[in-house]
Design a protein around this ligand. Structure first.
Ligand code: FMN
Length: 397
């Protein structure tokens, strides 16, 4: 890597830098997971546990990490997952993420719960922007919202469906960052301990945009982070079901995916409903703590849906080699939320770009080392001594 990129040579370097710069509650909001954080740790550990074989003298001088998805060419099979409240780590953080993704040539997903208007994020993304929808239980409200997403120009929408009830994040009770935010002495002390964050993020936010708000929320819903109870009652309805997805399918002409499923049964339903894809995800270990890593369910989902729909996965990827492993198992793209947020906390758009650059250069190096010139040459044959959950021959090599 020519440019030393803020002394960050890998995603963990960016993470440690972000930890130094953010108030504790905000860093933990980004970094941590539900309950005992078993899923959080496992998501990354499973990637580390898979070994791939080096192949030599294969002439990899013409190699490329480029891929194509939904009719667009991307610099690599990697995209930025939606992350609510990216504006807490960097002023206008979502805009920086979108610009970094556009510069790298990969998709970035704007979240319903962003602190920046969806229209502003879309503009910044130069067309490489997808939208993540949380359905409200009032489906008429949801329908009007989807019309706004469509009118903004988004072509691809992910509906997140893994939160029928709120998640159990016990660390929030300890660090005082539980939603709705309360200005407790603990929270105020954490904020004052990071004067740099106050100057870089808090002050410009208040001067330019006022208090932190989920600005995309329809006026019927509370939008201040101090008021989220009203909104949660709408966004996490336990009654949500596949009929709601059918209704959205009928009103959304573009690419439609559901995000947050982890079983072949659900993936088959998604395919039968005419969706374009699924995002296998355990929300980065932020919901069901006993969930498998999405990487582990790729082979069974691929076996169940074949080429009927695209399979995207997120949760746990931290190295370019992780992208290679997921694609070899049958995924079409890997996404990740935290790495670019760490980058954003370190240096805004430039920091997010740095995270993407790390993924791309690492992926390029790994495919060279395993004797591969492009992603269509990846398959289960690249693994050394694969574990049983990788059925041999499930993906053509
Ligand atoms: C701070 C933060 C906020 C998130 N907000 C959302 C959200 O609003 N909607 C959503 O679908 N997923 C959200 N996610 C989950 C991500 O989209 C993604 O599934 C997760 O980050 C993947 O794990 P990884 O960060 O280990 O790659 C959030 C994740 C983080 C870390």
């Amino acid at each position: 890597m020519g440019n030393d990129g803020f002394g960050a040579y890998n995603i963990e370097d960016l993470r440690l830098r972000a930890k130094k710069r953010l108030p504790r509650g905000i860093f933990e909001y980004v970094d941590r997971g539900a309950e005992d954080e078993v899923a959080l740790r496992h998501n990354t550990a499973i990637y580390r546990s898979l070994k791939i074989k080096n192949r030599v003298l294969a002439d990899v001088s013409e190699r490329t990490t480029v891929t194509e998805l939904f009719g667009h060419k991307f610099a690599m099979p990697f995209g930025i997952s939606p992350t609510a409240s990216a504006g807490l780590v960097c002023e206008g953080g979502e805009v920086g993420l979108a610009r970094a993704a556009a510069r790298m040539g990969v998709p970035c997903t704007a979240a319903t719960s962003s602190l920046t208007p969806m229209e502003e994020i879309y503009e910044a993304g130069d067309g490489n922007i997808w939208f993540q929808l949380y359905m409200w239980s009032d489906m008429d409200l949801t329908a009007r919202f989807v019309e706004r997403v469509k009118a903004t120009g988004f072509e691809t929408m992910l509906v997140t469906v893994d939160g029928p009830v709120p998640s159990n994040r016990e660390y929030n009770y300890h660090n005082g960052f539980a939603m709705p935010l309360r200005y407790s002495p603990k929270l105020i002390a954490q904020v004052l301990a990071k004067p740099g964050w106050c100057l870089r993020v808090l002050a410009p936010q208040y001067l330019k945009r006022g208090p932190f708000r989920k600005v995309n929320n329809p006026p019927e819903l509370a939008s201040k982070l101090t008021q989220v109870e009203v909104e949660s009652a709408y966004t996490k309805p336990a009654a949500q079901n596949w009929d709601d997805i059918k209704r959205i399918r009928d009103m959304w002409p573009g690419n439609l995916l559901v995000k947050g499923l982890q079983s072949s049964e659900d993936a088959v339903i998604a395919a039968d409903l005419g969706l374009q894809g699924v995002v296998l995800s355990n929300h980065g270990g932020r919901y069901l703590d006993s969930a498998p890593a999405p990487l582990e369910v790729v082979p069974e989902v691929k076996a169940a849906v074949g080429d009927r729909i695209k399979i995207i996965i997120d949760s746990g990827a931290r190295r370019g080699g992780d992208i290679v492993k997921a694609i070899a198992l049958g995924a079409d793209m890997v996404m990740s939320g935290r790495p670019t947020l760490y980058g954003s906390a370190v240096a805004g758009e430039a920091g997010s770009y740095r995270a993407l650059e790390i993924f791309q250069t690492e992926m390029d190096r790994v495919i060279a080392q395993i004797g591969v010139n492009g992603i269509d040459e990846l398959g289960p044959h690249i693994f050394w001594n694969p574990p049983d959950w990788i059925p041999k021959g499930v993906v053509a090599s």
